[in-house]
Design a protein. Sequence first.
Length: 511
Amino acid sequence: MKRTKKQRHNLQNFWAQRMVDDQVVPHFSRFLHDDPYVKPYQTEIERRYRVFCGLKKQIEDNEGSLEKFSRGYERLGINRTPEGLKYREWAPGAHGVFLTGDFNGWNRTSHGCTRNEYGVWELTLPYKEDGSSPIPHGSKVKVAIQLENGDLVDRVSPWIRYAVDPNDGTHLYVGIHWDPPQPYQWQNSKPKKTSGLRIYECHVGIASPELRVASYKEFAYNVIPRIKKLGYNCIQLMAVMEHAYYACFGYQVTNFFAASSRYGTPEELKELIDVAHGNGILVLLDVVHSHAAKNVLDGLNQFDGTHSCHFHDGGRGFHDLWDSRLFDYTKWEVLRFLLSNLRWYMENYKFDGFRFDGVTSMIYHDHGLGHGFGGDYPDYYGLGVDTDSLIYLMLANDMLHSLYPGVITIAEEVSGMPGLCRPIAEGGTGFDYRLGMAIPDLWIKILKEKKDEDWRMWDIVWTLINRRHGEKTIAYAESHDQALVGDKTIAFWLMDKEMYWFMSETTPLRH
């Protein structure tokens, strides 16, 4: 089917006519029965469902299927084809796109791309006479973007699969063409999904007793056995998606398809996941699709020379508190990019699911800032909800659960949005779990502010059981939000400096 440019790259025309007249809306009786307070908002629930169905149908009509649409990494970026290496890039605002790197002596204009009507630039590099790749594995590559005024600026491809700090003093990450002649050979099958998740949140880089950045291999063979011995059956890996600023704990992503090079290579991350699976441990990726780093030279920001390539233009495209850029989920190629990003980690790295970061920030226009969310239902179904973001999350959950029946999706969401963890066919967003984020806050508050005899058991019980009926919640004692962001771990609150001065094996116990 022939697609118009507007259909292909910006769904504004579609969003203006969101209702699908012949779409049969399912009966949301279970949702309405479990939570009668949503009854006055049934029309809005149905409207959201119709928007989701209409968008999914457009993708299927124009791309063949959602499955094909979400394999963008097979067409964009650098990929092998029978004719040679094919490089494709979506850069609608660029006036020229050139591939440069070690392979051409960093000539910024010798390998120019041609543009099609959708803003996708393309270049074919034939194989050498001996059949070898024109860009050897491990080569450094960048993209030179020509601006409207004719200037060339350097960028890193959004689809790059590995990026490193070149150690040249600039700390500007450079893309690496990752195409190993001997890809990692998987040894273990995935463990079966369990209803009793016991999740260990972890960060590869800080998983070492030494003052240095630990590696994927060290984590695989030193830490995973300890996690298994402690009784956990699932790990949540933080800070895997590449981020130029290490101290952001992985939440200012610069290269979405690149596994962080600080800890090792992509093949070594695969080995870590394989070892975890061999120990019966599921592996979740802490995925950040709520925002992106503002980095220009090694991130997504202003990739094609404009402010509105992957993001909203103007104020809607910036998160002032996080100092980051916000995706425009109405753009066709942004949807392809993000959905393909999920598929990439499922297919290439064999992750078992995702913990979606910053869901509250995504689904409200004010990002939940300065908002108490006291359970007022107009907040959940009013104009303050960002429908575009909510529909993207529905689409992501639908795709993941359709293609991977055993997948696990978790929402980091603090507002209590009804239906977030209900099936889409029931009027929900489709997540499997939400995080019970009030629980770790309660423990810290008790330990910081109350004496043992002042603990109120009903307050504790209420926080533990306060969840929406029919929606699964993950209760946890602490996470990086409490332990690392301006506070201390529970162990420190319990023992404080005493853990250093009075815990020696040679020091007798004091009675």
